[in-house]
Ligand binder design. Structure first.
Ligand code: IMP
Ligand code: MG
Length: 179
């Protein structure tokens, strides 16, 4: 297959990803089979948009969707600030919430978002991520549903970008011109 410029190899191919998403959807459905009100699925933009749409298409659990945009900036890993640029519009008090991420790297973004959403008293809050890079973790994060553990590569595709490129690739590729 011809790879776009800047992608050196395919780390996880399209079929492997789609099969794993089906498996995740069926495990998630099983865990919410006694739900009384629709599950609130919250995608963290932009990165989660493709994974979340593929995932919810495979799910049978009654659900609604909402989105959040968070931005991280700071002069070091330890001093990273996470700001909410776009909040959800849904009231989550007393409701079951599933947060969907593209990748959990240091865990800083997710830890901050979890603590913000926890103050709104959801009935339950679980985390689903397509990719997990455990080697770079600085915060303790409990991942309830994980697509794939990956080594410390910078990757693009399935919603993930490098300088806003590669989000549309239907596979996970290793970015060659790392920062
Ligand atoms: P964390 O706060 O370090 O866990 O940051 C996670 C965010 O960093 C993800 O939602 C991605 O937006 C971005 N990120 C981390 N690793 C990669 C990567 O390999 N490719 C693309 N984006 C990444
Ligand atoms: Mg992201």
């Amino acid at each position: 297959m011809k790879l776009p410029q800047g992608i050196e190899s395919i780390l996880i191919d399209k079929d492997t990803i789609q099969n794993r998403i089906k498996e995740l959807a069926s495990v998630i459905d099983e865990n919410y089979k006694n739900i009384t009100e629709p599950l609130i699925v919250i995608g963290l933009l932009k990165g989660s948009f493709i994974f979340m749409s593929d995932l919810v298409k495979e799910m049978l659990t009654p659900l609604q969707v909402d989105f959040m945009i968070a931005s991280s900036y700071g002069d070091s890993m330890e001093n990273t600030e996470v700001t909410i640029i776009k909040d959800i519009e849904t009231h989550i008090s007393g409701r079951d919430v599933l947060i969907v991420e593209d990748i959990i790297d240091t865990g800083i973004t997710l830890t901050k978002i979890e603590s913000i959403l926890a103050t709104r008293n959801p009935k339950s809050m679980k985390i689903c991520t397509l990719l997990n890079k455990p080697s770079r973790r600085t915060k303790v994060v409990t991942i309830d549903y994980n697509g794939f553990d990956i080594e410390d590569h910078f990757v693009g595709g399935m919603g993930l970008d490098y300088a806003q490129k590669y989000r549309n690739l239907p596979y996970i590729g290793v970015v060659s011109n790392e920062k």
